[in-house]
Design a protein. Structure first.
Length: 297
């Protein structure tokens, strides 16, 4: 059964380590993806908010993505679907890369970016992050509202993983339920009480937009290192009506700890077994692949 995953930080990592996408020392590479059946991957451009020139850094990561996908063109289709190839979709994690300029959003769209996570953990020019320290959650800023409106016009998906709760509801209000809202790598807070996870109300709001929620493998969000915990989050979200909304957002190369038995993308078969064993083939196919794939293609 094929697998689609909504979030990894691999490209940013291999730019810094000067490694390649076909094979590297991190959590994810093409060689292991092909062996484990991962046939769609969203590749996030992550930039540390403390970076002096975040636009330039993001551009460098995108250049690395394009170079590696070019080298591996026999295995990868960028923002497309070709038989036997991995569909690689370019995304951004953290609106700091816009440097306060709406024109930069258009530049990233022209570079092939098809989804953007509005914040990382702290506040940026768009909104408050869910883990910011000692600051008031101000929701979307005026610039953030402008960015959301422009993303809707462009057709760039809005990702609310990492955003603080007031900002989340500002996004829902701003878009009016007219576009699918993504939480590419977040779990259910009712199962594991962590601020990076979604409340039931947030989950239901995302479902109502026809959006997508990708289950994150980070043990702090899962509620432990047992990979079977992913089924508890999946079941809860589906009980809220999310059978067509749910998928995977493993966060490979973005976390330093993974569940027991998961060393990287090569072990995605373990996730496959858990989901298939708990929910049966029809539902497993939706969670593992179809729900994410159909949002883009």
């Amino acid at each position: 059964m094929f697998i689609a995953d909504a979030h990894c930080d691999t490209i940013s990592r291999i730019l810094d380590t000067n490694e390649g996408l076909f094979q590297n020392s991190g959590h994810l590479d093409i060689m292991r993806m092909r062996k484990s059946g991962v046939m769609m991957q969203l590749f996030a451009v992550w930039t540390d908010p403390k970076t002096v020139n975040p636009f330039a850094r993001a551009t460098a990561v995108i250049d690395k993505f394009n170079k590696e996908c070019g080298i591996n063109a026999q295995y990868v289709s960028v923002n497309g679907v070709e038989e036997g190839k991995i569909s690689a979709v370019l995304t951004i994690e953290g609106g700091c890369v816009l440097e306060g300029e709406i024109a930069n959003l258009h530049k990233f769209w022209d570079m092939g970016v098809r989804l953007m996570t509005l914040t990382w953990n702290g506040r940026n020019a768009l909104a408050s992050g869910v883990l910011q320290d000692g600051e008031v959650d101000g929701g979307l800023s005026g610039f953030g509202r402008e960015v959301v409106r422009e993303m809707v016009k462009l057709g760039m998906f809005i990702d609310v993983s990492h955003i603080a709760e007031r900002g989340f509801w500002d996004v829902i209000e701003q878009t009016g339920g007219a576009v699918p809202i993504f939480a590419t790598h977040s779990n259910a807070r009712s199962i594991t009480n962590h601020p990076r996870n979604l409340t039931d109300e947030q989950i239901k709001a995302i479902i109502s937009t026809g959006g997508f929620i990708g289950l994150n493998l980070f043990p702090d969000f899962l509620g432990g290192c047992n990979v079977s915990n992913i089924a508890r989050h999946a079941e809860h979200i589906m009980n809220l009506g999310g059978v067509e909304t749910l998928g995977l957002g493993a966060d490979f190369d973005g976390v330093d700890v993974l569940p027991d038995g998961i060393h990287g993308v090569e072990d995605m078969g373990c996730i496959n077994e858990v989901i298939l064993g708990e929910f049966g083939e029809e539902t497993a196919r939706k969670i593992l692949f179809d729900n994410l794939f159909k949002r883009f293609f």
